[in-house]
Ligand binder design. Structure first.
Ligand code: WT7
Length: 680
């Protein structure tokens, strides 16, 4: 890496421009207290020391039994980390902190209604509650080590409690984002063969108490259609002792957790000592087919990796108050709300509601009230907060030392507002690039060591070596100005282990493209292909250009275009459907949907509305198309492939749709353009 990133205190807080490049530097105060302040760490984690360097991360944990083999590569690309080791994740996130931190807040739960008091769950209380729920899961619901438990819950303290209770038993949790539909949860339950559903009756969002229990009924009914019987539905109450959902309980299947827990008061459950390589959880994510894939993460490798990256890249110290304003239903929340911070014995904030409710000052009031000093969010949230309240942060007396942006590319202009206004020019920013599959950060600046560059994720993190390949698998040198496929040269402990139930898809999707020798047992022959396009600047920093597959990133939520298309196709009139990503000022990109109808049908009868509702029912409101265009025909190649590139150009208001001469029906392009662009 070029030396221009070298930070000296005299350069603090000064933006330096290197030609086109704009750099910002951490303050001397930040550097003086940082966990990762010595450049030599990168030498310790050089490829020469791989894989043993990751012992440093694993040593952040308590092991029941130390491992024998750091990395087993005998069955590529199914890497095994810390083989022979045994540990329990809940012990590591809860029990082991009791001697020193019993009275410290583990979780600050901030309800959306501002008049409802914040709950400060201490480590001691977390210990009791995790134990009680683990006892209930085991003795009432029959959950054992290795069983899958689906958790479809909003952002409440009971969500991490349920996850940790599973971990305590060695059971595998599969958390489904609370905003997903009952049907989407069913699909994930069926795929994972999960017979227990943990849910909550209701939750607050945008000032409304939403019924959530109704989704559980849909989930069970839809799962039954696919042959899966859900034995138990465990319903937490948003307001213990009273009913917040109009949806009745089903006798023999549904049970109110808060009532039943009274029978498990003060019950403790020994943490089950698990092999490091057993799964901790599944996290379903979208890919290029219509079927979400269950990314399987390990106990030992994953927990080590999130503990290490939280310590060094979130710069989390025991005395910090850390708020990651993501949803635990996504990987960011698993790694950087729950497992990373709790593994380190820190205090983590769980906020139930939307950032701009009741106004855009809410996050800053929470930060002030709790003394948050590390803040973590997405470009979409930053854009929304800037639009709704550009001056709000200045009205509150909070001080961040560190901020994170994650999930989508951030426009330099938005970055600057985050830095100057939210961070008040005092906080470092890390732009962390990673994925559901990767478990933790892969590219980021080290907050005290590297200069920040707006819009750029930075170099590979400790022990992670990114490379950009061209079509033919040749390395594109840094600084060449050419874009290519972003890959990682080496395995790392947080990497997912497989796709649940579909190991072939794991190999095909992530490793086959740039593997030169399928027989090789050398990890160097198996680069991981992330699915993003990227460019590496001269300074080694990676700029993410976006997905190269059929995945679209809506407000930081990852959605498969095929999933949205399949939902549209469930409406009987729809013959063909194509989703493209349209740029959006607030959400980064949004789905635009084009459909053609079966012969004999016409638009009308609320068709657009029915298609939109089908998408919400099958997936979630987050997948709802910005616009739905009913077109006479799709632009197609002679072989019948829909040319999405042309639709995307139209959706993005372009006058130039590129070459249409290869189309079977070039005349349709002008018609669609007139319809779509005229409509706005
Ligand atoms: C995709 C992964 C990372 C956890 C949350 C999302 C995009 C992620 C960045 C970033 C630009 C980013 C990529 C990636 N992405 N972080 N810092 N800058 N793009 O996890 O849902 O699995 O989505 O999000 O396209 O492939 P995910």
């Amino acid at each position: 890496m070029a030396d221009q990133n070298h930070v000296t205190p005299s350069e603090a807080e000064i933006a330096v421009h290197w030609g086109e490049e704009e750099y910002y530097h951490p303050s001397p105060e930040f550097i003086a207290q940082a966990n990762l302040a010595d450049r030599k760490a990168y030498e310790r984690f050089s490829l020469e020391h791989f894989p043993e360097c990751f012992k440093e991360y694993a040593d952040l944990l308590d092991w029941d039994r130390y491992w024998e083999t750091t990395l087993d590569t005998s069955n590529p690309p199914f890497w095994k980390w810390f083989v022979g080791g045994r540990l329990n994740a809940a012990h590591n996130c809860v029990d082991r902190h009791l001697p020193r931190h019993r009275n410290k807040t583990a979780i600050h739960f901030v309800p959306e209604p501002e008049d409802e008091p914040i709950q400060h769950v201490t480590y001691q209380e977390l210990y009791l509650r995790v134990n009680e729920f683990a006892a209930l899961l085991r003795d009432f619901a029959g959950v054992e080590a290795g069983d899958r438990v689906t958790i479809h819950m909003p952002m409440v303290a009971e969500l991490p409690i349920a996850m940790l209770a599973c971990a305590r038993l060695g059971a595998i949790h599969s958390v489904v984002f609370g905003g997903f539909s009952g049907k989407a949860a069913a699909e994930r339950m069926v795929d994972s063969g999960s017979r227990v559903l943990v849910t909550m009756d209701a939750y607050y969002r945008n000032g409304k108490l939403l019924d959530h229990k109704e989704k559980a009924d849909v989930t069970v009914a839809e799962a039954a259609k696919e042959g899966l019987t859900v034995d138990k539905v465990l319903v937490w109450q948003r307001h213990p002792g009273r009913t917040s959902s109009p949806t009745p309980l089903v006798e023999g299947r549904d049970v109110l957790v808060n009532d039943l827990l009274k029978e498990y008061r003060h019950r403790t459950v020994e943490p089950v000592s698990m092999p490091a390589e057993d799964p901790l959880f599944l996290m379903y994510t979208s890919g290029s087919t219509g079927k979400p894939k269950g990314a399987q993460h390990s106990i030992g490798g994953y927990l080590s990796y999130v503990a290490g990256t939280t310590k060094y890249y979130q710069d989390l110290h025991p005395e910090d108050v850390y708020w990651c304003m993501a949803d635990i239903g996504w990987i960011t929340g698993h790694s950087y709300i729950v497992y990373g911070p709790l593994a380190l014995g820190a205090s983590t904030v769980v906020y139930e509601g939307v950032p701009t409710y009741p106004d855009a000052g809410r996050p800053w009031r929470i930060a002030e009230e709790l003394g948050v000093n590390i803040f973590h969010t997405s470009p979409t949230a930053i854009r929304g907060l800037r639009k709704a309240g550009p001056e709000e942060p200045g009205k509150y007396h909070y001080h961040f030392k560190h901020m994170t942006t994650v999930g989508e590319p951030i426009e330099p202009d938005v970055w600057r507002w985050y830095y100057h206004v939210v961070g008040k020019g005092e906080a470092v920013i890390v732009d962390t690039w990673w994925q559901t599959e990767t478990g933790g950060f892969l590219c980021s600046t080290a907050p005290a060591l590297h200069a920040m560059k707006p819009g750029s994720a930075g170099p590979g993190v400790l022990g992670v070596y990114p490379v950009v390949f061209d079509e033919n698998g040749n390395e594109i040198p840094a600084g060449s100005g050419r874009a290519g496929y972003l890959c990682i040269r080496n395995p790392w402990p947080g990497q997912f282990q497989t796709i649940w139930g579909d190991p072939d898809r794991y190999v095909r999707t992530y490793f086959a493209r740039f593997n030169k020798d399928p027989g090789s047992q050398d990890w160097r022959d198996w680069p991981y292909m992330a699915g993003d396009g990227a460019m590496q600047a001269e300074d080694g920093y990676i700029r993410i250009l976006g997905r190269i597959d059929d995945v679209i990133n809506v407000a930081g939520h990852r959605l498969g275009t095929k999933e949205i298309e399949n939902a549209a196709l469930s409406v009987p009139e729809v013959a063909e459907a194509a989703v493209v990503a349209a740029r959006d000022e607030l959400k980064g990109t949004v789905p635009d949907l084009y459909v053609s109808l079966h012969p004999g049908y016409e638009a009308g009868d609320g068709l657009v509305k029915r298609i939109s509702e089908a998408v919400v029912k099958e997936i979630s409101p987050i997948a709802r198309p910005r616009s739905i265009h009913i077109v006479p025909d799709m632009p197609k190649t002679r072989s019948g492939k829909i040319m999405r590139r042309i639709l995307a150009a139209i959706s993005n208001g372009s006058d130039d749709v590129g070459d249409v001469t290869t189309l079977a029906n070039p005349e349709v392009v002008e018609t669609i353009r007139a319809m779509a662009q005229g409509a706005r």
